[in-house]
Design a protein around this ligand. Structure first.
Ligand SMILES: Nc1nc2c(c(=O)[nH]1)N[C@H]1C(S)=C(S)[C@@H](COP(=O)(O)O)O[C@H]1N2
Ligand SMILES: [Mo]
Length: 411
């Protein structure tokens, strides 16, 4: 679809939200992509920066520490609470170089199987009823055991997840304005970058809680997270969360577009594709102490970590300090929110001997995070299957050596 040159359209909010007289015209005459503004960057007083002593940074997977703008991991071991600072949100792009989208020119078009195709500017979206919700995003490829050659740290193995407060308009509000035709069952969402990233999402989820977000942690969504607009699909693999969102096509079948087929479908043991696994399973990981760190000596330590689930809220987290032989319930830090990271804590006294620390999440549906052996058994595969597989949510064991060094003990 090249140009969206449907005639100039006026629309009125009719859904009883009480914004009488709100009139929004929609013309798509300009492309959203222009050169970045030439204004000097904000200085450190105009926009505050971390202490120069603090060097908490995102890291690239693979070869050492090379920073690319295609894949960077959140430093989970260095963070507290449940909100990921926006500048440390992981990022995963299927394109080299992100688009510079001018918010004045950017448009969101909703069309396809609707009574009235509608097009919104950013200012028009901001006049609509909004919601703010804390949701995690997690790449489907997160947590592959021994991710890359640096499989030692929680950042490089599990850092493809972050959690933000997202603000925007529920997609259901926009779809209701358009009037979804009967027979429609999916949407196809598209990003405004050079390769037109597209994803199919069932209409049910689109109408339930999918968010068109323009703000992240109180300020505009960061460029790498999809500025000025991104989709947030709570609890579902983050490949559905289309960044630089510009188009929503209402359709009657999934499109199996390039990015969701070959590139992002998981392979079953029989070689066939595992299509459309949306929800992420219950997961938790101890972030401190964790792989690559070293305990300075025996004595008291607070074990802390994050738990989350695509099925709603975390119900409990159990921690084992003896390699899974016994578990005890950890304390959950409030708030515990649906589809958000949940912080857990556990008081521990290290006696100086070798041991293994691990955590286990149980979600509101009662589903329990499996060990890698249980996960393999469930799928009828051997554990090495997960080197390449997506949606891996196995328990992460960290081995504490007598000298205090901590290593990934999954294999
Ligand atoms: N337009 C667009 N949306 C996208 C992508 C992309 O490359 N282009 N990558 C997807 C993938 S694979 C993931 S895991 C998440 C990552 O979101 P983040 O970069 O904000 O962390 O965005 C998804 N949305
Ligand atoms: Mo991803």
């Amino acid at each position: 679809m090249g140009s969206h040159s449907h005639s100039r359209r006026r629309w009125f909010l009719t859904s009883g939200i009480g914004v009488a007289g709100l009139v929004m015209g929609a013309v798509r005459s300009l492309r959203g992509q222009t050169a970045a503004p030439t204004a000097p960057p904000r200085d450190t007083l105009a926009y505050g920066q971390p202490s120069p002593f603090d060097n908490t940074i995102r890291k690239a997977p693979g070869q050492g520490t090379a920073i690319t703008d295609t894949a960077l991991m959140t430093p989970l071991q260095d963070l507290d609470g449940i909100i990921t600072p926006s500048g440390l949100h992981f990022l995963m792009d299927h394109v080299k170089g992100i688009p510079d989208l001018d918010p004045k020119k950017h448009r969101l078009l909703l069309h396809g199987m609707v009574d009235r195709p509608l097009e919104f500017t950013l200012d028009e979206l901001k006049r609509l009823p909004s919601v703010s919700r804390v949701y995690f995003l997690e790449c489907n490829a997160n947590s592959r055991p021994l991710h890359g050659p640096n499989g030692e740290s929680v950042q490089l193995v599990h850092g493809r997840t972050s959690c933000s407060e997202w603000t925007g308009v529920l997609l259901s509000v926009l779809l209701k304005e358009c009037g979804v035709k009967s027979g429609a069952s999916w949407i196809v969402a598209e990003g405004d970058e050079s390769n037109k990233y597209t994803m199919s999402i069932p209409l049910g989820k689109a109408m339930e809680d999918t968010l068109v977000a323009y703000a992240q942690n109180g300020e505009p969504v960061r460029p790498h997270q999809g500025y000025p607009l991104r989709l947030v699909v709570p609890g579902w693999e983050a490949i559905r969360a289309v960044k630089w969102l510009t188009r929503i096509n209402v359709v009657d079948r999934p499109y199996m577009a390039w990015h969701e087929s070959g590139n992002n479908a998981d392979t079953r043991p029989d070689g066939k594709g595992l299509w459309y696994r949306f929800e992420l399973g219950p997961k938790s990981v101890i972030t401190r102490p964790s792989g690559g760190q070293r305990l300075p000596g025996h004595g008291f330590y607070e074990i802390t970590g994050l738990a989350w689930t695509g099925r709603g809220a975390v119900r409990r987290v159990d921690v084992s300090t003896d390699g899974g032989r016994t578990y005890k319930e950890a304390e959950l830090q409030q708030p515990v929110l649906r589809y958000a990271h949940t912080r857990f804590r556990y008081a521990w006294k290290w006696n100086g001997e070798e041991t293994v620390l691990q955590s286990r999440c149980t979600d509101e549906r009662g589903e329990v995070q499996p060990t890698i052996l249980e996960a393999a058994k469930n799928l009828g595969v051997t554990p090495d299957y997960f080197y390449e597989a997506d949606h891996f949510n196995g328990i992460q064991p960290w081995k504490v050596n007598p000298d205090g060094r901590i290593q990934n003990a999954l294999f």
